[in-house]
Ligand binder design. Structure first.
Ligand code: UDP
Length: 451
């Protein structure tokens, strides 16, 4: 009987089980969930290791056929912001080793996610001689460049990232921009990098008829609606969207006197299902901004929503928008496109790769509300262009950006890495010593079988 290849996904802060839309639960959680499911459909057995962030979390959860979620105890079993988790990573590593020993399970390959799990993966690679494929999801240098003193990452981050880049077997870059960052900012060997863009679930994210979507969301059928979906963080620059929306209203008043269209801005995301400025301070900032600009009644805050209803929100929009300062990849533009809507995105990071400018929507400079307002105005004036772009957007997603495509490429990469690894091992066995570094386990972090 053939045993399936067993892969350990390490993802210290992003679990597929988490509710999405809050500060630390977004694209990485979706990636882990979709890639593991689709790899399981291709015959791999996947264990996702994440940090236990609640006493209620079971040690092992059968998530979907072929995919388990393992909650490792490393630090307090409660939510902690991801930028405070670094001190628990040696405990995370030890808990992983204890789990392997306890369950007598062997992994063929480790897939590290984010820099902290990447460090754990490199430790395990040395200790167990298991090959590692690493995806960062976001790079520390880029964050530092854009956020400056607002960057709350631990100071070791850049050094640790460089160490990971030098020691893993392969790096996955999600777009050409990330590949450039790895090479130019960290001196990564280009041959080590495989570009595998992320994707969207085209069954969950699909077009919904306009009228039905408007009914579901509770908006008038004839309004012109602009929709933003995503985490509510300063770097997502939803403030830019609010400013642009105010410009658009002024532009319409100037250009279309007497026939002022009704336009609305729909903002989805936040820590709670109801928009709460205390739980989500950025919502408070945006509410004040809307009040200062005199547009409060035209801006609707929705709160966070889960993936299974988001198609109604995207489809209720005439256009979807996202204008972050920077974006490692950006799943939300793809989601808007999959729902058959034109998307306007800032010309940064992965968005410049996924969005075809002038075909599936428009790229605009970040931090430029006037430029964004002009594109809103154009799409408001040209309903046929909206339809054309929406159709082109859906097609582009179907052809290039689905999770089964990602799983196929990722599986191929695993096979290549494993073949190289076996070859190297054969060489070691025929004479050369195998590098082996023993790790001192922390006795306090034994894997717990009971919650
Ligand atoms: N998201 C969600 N509910 C919300 C807000 C966001 O499910 O209320 C999801 C969104 O659909 C997308 C992810 O969170 O799948 C955000 O991913 P993206 O890559 O756009 O940004 P990131 O969170 O990685 O910065």
């Amino acid at each position: 009987m053939d045993f399936p290849m067993r892969i350990a996904f390490l993802s210290e802060h992003a679990s597929p089980v988490a509710l999405l839309g809050g500060e630390d639960a977004g694209g990485q959680n979706v990636y882990i969930d979709e890639v593991s499911r689709n790899l399981a459909l291709r015959g791999y057995a996947i264990d996702i290791f994440t940090r236990r962030d609640s006493l209620m979390a079971p040690p092992v959860l059968d998530w979907t056929p072929g995919v388990r979620v393992i909650n490792l105890t490393a630090g307090p079993p409660e939510f902690r912001a991801k930028d405070t988790l670094w001190p628990y990573m040696s405990a995370f590593r030890d808990a992983f080793l204890n789990f392997m020993q306890h369950d007598e399970v062997h992994y063929d390959l480790i897939h590290g996610n984010f820099w902290m799990s990447g460090w754990v993966a490199t430790e395990l690679r040395q200790h167990l001689s298991i090959p590692v494929v690493q995806i960062f999801h976001a790079m520390g240098k880029t964050k530092q460049r854009h956020q400056g003193s607002m960057d709350s990452s631990p100071q070791q981050r850049l050094e640790v990232e460089t160490g990971i880049i030098n020691s893993v077997d392969r790096l996955i870059a999600q777009c050409p921009g990330e590949m450039t960052e790895l090479i130019d900012d960290y001196g990564a060997d280009p041959h080590k990098i495989e570009m595998i863009p992320s994707a969207v679930n085209t069954e969950i994210f699909r077009p919904v008829a306009h009228a039905e979507a408007r009914r579901f969301v509770g908006l008038e059928p004839d309004d012109f609606v602009i929709v933003y979906v995503g985490r509510m963080l300063p770097r997502k620059d939803v403030r830019n969207v609010v400013h642009a929306f105010a410009h658009l209203r002024r532009l319409c008043a100037e250009m279309l006197p007497g026939a002022l269209p009704k336009i609305k801005l729909l903002l989805v995301g936040g820590e709670t299902p109801e928009p709460d400025p205390i739980a989500t301070p950025e919502i408070g900032v945006l509410q004040h901004l809307a009040a200062d600009l005199g547009i409060t009644e035209h801006v609707r805050f929705v709160g966070k929503r889960q993936q299974d209803t988001l198609r109604y929100y995207y489809s209720a929009g005439d256009v979807a928008v996202t204008t972050p300062w920077y974006e490692p990849f950006g799943l939300t533009p793809l989601e808007g496109m999959a729902c058959g809507r034109p998307v306007i995105g800032s010309a940064v990071g992965g968005i410049t790769y996924t969005l075809a400018d002038g075909v599936t929507g428009f790229l605009v400079p970040p931090r430029d509300p006037q430029a964004l307002a002009m594109r809103f105005y154009q799409l408001l004036q040209e309903p046929e262009l909206r339809v054309q772009m929406g159709q082109a957007a859906r097609q582009r997603v179907e052809h290039h950006f689905t999770w089964p495509i990602v799983a196929r490429h990722t599986g191929d990469l695993y096979e290549t890495v494993l073949a190289e690894h076996h070859l190297a091992q054969t060489r070691w066995h025929s004479g050369q010593a195998r590098p082996f570094v023993s790790i001192q386990l922390d006795e306090k972090t034994k894997f717990e079988t009971e919650a």
